[in-house]
Design a protein around this ligand. Structure first.
Ligand code: FAD
Length: 525
């Protein structure tokens, strides 16, 4: 019996490692089993371009955001284990085709002034908008932090405090929480550049016309309050810090260890079987793999068919739109052609994430993806990785991270290498209207959603594992019956992006799974 782990955690993504960190610090015997050769899941980076071996590639997440407010960095002492971050200010810049730009500064009043230069009315509106977004964060962040289905007086108090302080904004908050992000952008602002800033940011959270996704604008408050947090050495250094922290507190990590079966015996999870045939036994299994992958691994006949069907129907990129990701290595600096020179202040927007795509281009990207087509013009953000952190490319050279939020998961004609190349050619042509450097390309890493599905093992390559929406949040994430404190299958807890609070780098889902596990183990005793 002494060989039995308290918990086996499937997946060494950041949520799996967060769960392991909290459990090992509570004195529990835990092992993390990861199918890939290294830790990180969707928070990794590496030297992935054979023709450009000195350029660091970031294939998934690029900035930290929510984790800077969730307590994970402090609780697991990630700074002590090597995590360093950089906060470019401005963090983002919307690049309008006429050469004008709107910079997102830490100081939202400065951003409002920047908008006011283009459209005085929109500048004033931004101040009001930020008042509502701040209120949304005051109320929304404690909801994200709280465990669904369990009284949590600390977070409940913060949430109620936020609601009371902002009671005069109640109607606006309700309207925004029900609306589409496109509607809110157009209702609040008038100039295409201001609307473009909003739709460019919102596109990262899913289709602009999904009801309820205007809540994604909370990201403005997060960015103004917390910055964006780009890890030095990119996301692998965040994951490596997590791995160092959890192993220091006694957790074991096994890489190259795919789970092929979650053992369900007598109706409860009792361990896992690895691809090499080894069986690891435990009192609890925490799965941070996406829910569909997780339940497909359970022992045949072990889980009620009705529950399996409920998970089988959970949506992942239901609209056929998902991020298409590229990193381009260049033997030249990456510099804006006109937008930097046309700035009226000294703000360095060469170091900001460039948001490219007028509102109609963003809308058309989602519409094309739904049809399975590739649009002529793209919605794309350009993270100038080596401008921010020069260690990521050789001196005088650069690496750019290109994120296209809305590309077809399944293209009508199929994602052949030729279609990938053709798509990249049109993306680079569009970006070259804005930036110098792309004509000196020395290599690239390009990944469609289907390729990401294979690499990170997430259904349909979905960055949030399960689509986010008001009907799939809290207790109902990933599906009704699977989000509460009591696991749908005894001993099997979900702790990845497919559970509350959802996708993004926060570590909250992992921490909640650890809390639930601790209570479950206590009851078992
Ligand atoms: C292109 C892209 C850009 C993004 N940008 C950002 C960003 O800038 N900021 C942000 O906050 N978020 C971003 N995200 C989202 C964020 O990265 C994810 O939502 C989050 O990292 C998910 O973490 P996780 O630990 O829950 O899951 P994952 O990171 O997916 O980890 C799950 C782990 O389980 C492992 N696994 C799966 N099946 C098995 C098995 N059978 N056996 C063993 N192991 C298994 C996987 O290999 C993986 O390591 C981005 C995501 C993508 C894809």
């Amino acid at each position: 019996m002494t060989d039995i782990h308290d918990a086996i955690i499937i997946g060494a993504g950041h949520n799996g490692m967060a769960a392991a960190g909290y459990l090992s610090r509570a004195g529990k015997k835990v092992v993390v089993v990861e199918r890939s050769a290294k830790v990180g899941g969707m928070t990794t980076s590496g030297y992935l371009i054979p023709e450009a071996p000195d350029y660091l590639v970031t294939p998934c997440a690029v900035e930290l955001l929510f984790v800077r407010n969730s307590g994970l960095i402090e609780d697991l002492e990630l700074a002590k284990h090597g995590l360093r971050t950089i906060d470019p200010d401005p963090s983002y810049a919307y690049l309008h085709p006429d050469g004008s730009s709107i910079a997102l500064f830490r100081d939202y009043k400065r951003t409002a002034d920047d908008i006011a230069r283009i459209h005085p009315g929109d500048g004033k509106q931004y101040l009001k908008f930020m008042e509502v977004m701040d209120a949304l964060m005051d109320i929304g962040f404690p909801i994200m932090m709280a465990e669904p289905g369990r009284p949590d007086f600390s977070n409940l108090g913060k949430m109620i405090g936020g609601a009371v302080r902002n009671v005069k904004l109640k109607d606006q908050l309700i309207a925004i929480s029900k609306a589409t992000s496109d509607q809110v952008a157009c209702e609040w602002f008038e100039h295409p550049a201001t609307i473009g800033l909003l739709t460019g940011i919102a596109a990262g959270a899913g289709p602009l016309d999904d009801d309820g996704n205007a809540a994604a604008y909370m990201i403005f408050a997060v960015t103004h309050r917390l910055g964006t947090g780009k890890p030095v050495g990119s996301l692998q250094s965040f994951s490596n810090a997590l791995a160092a922290s959890i192993t220091a507190s006694g957790a074991e990590i096994m890489v190259d260890a795919p789970v092929v079966e979650i053992l369900i015996e007598d109706g409860a999870a009792k361990g896992v079987r690895l691809a090499d045939g080894r069986v690891l036994r435990s009192k609890v299994v925490i799965a941070t793999s996406d829910p569909r992958t997780t339940f497909a691994l359970t022992t045949p006949g072990g889980v009620e068919r009705r529950l399996l069907q409920r998970i089988e129907h959970v949506p992942s990129n239901r609209s056929n739109a998902a991020p298409f990701l590229a990193n381009v290595a260049m033997a030249a600096p990456l510099r804006l052609k006109r937008h930097q020179d046309l700035r009226h202040d000294g703000a360095n927007i060469n170091n900001a994430v460039g948001l490219i795509g007028v509102p109609d281009e963003v809308r058309e990207s989602f519409a094309s993806a739904r049809r399975g087509d590739i649009p002529q013009r793209h919605a794309v953000s350009v993270s100038p990785m080596s401008n921010i952190d020069p260690s990521q490319a050789p001196e005088g050279c650069s690496v750019a991270y290109l994120y296209l939020p809305a590309m077809a998961v399944d293209a009508r004609e199929g994602w052949s290498p030729e279609l990938k190349d053709k798509t990249m050619t049109s993306i680079i042509a569009q970006l070259s209207e804005y930036y110098d450097g792309f004509d000196k390309e020395v290599g690239r890493f390009v990944e469609t959603a289907r390729e990401r599905e294979k690499r990170v093992g997430a259904t349909n390559g979905c960055v949030t594992h399960v689509d986010f929406g008001p009907l799939r949040s809290g207790l109902h994430r990933p599906a009704t019956g699977f989000g509460g404190p009591k696991p749908a299958v005894p001993g099997l807890f979900l702790g990845g992006a497919g559970s509350h609070p959802g996708g993004g780098v926060s570590g909250i889902a992992g921490r909640i799974a650890a809390d639930r596990t601790l209570r479950y183990l206590k009851k078992m005793r």
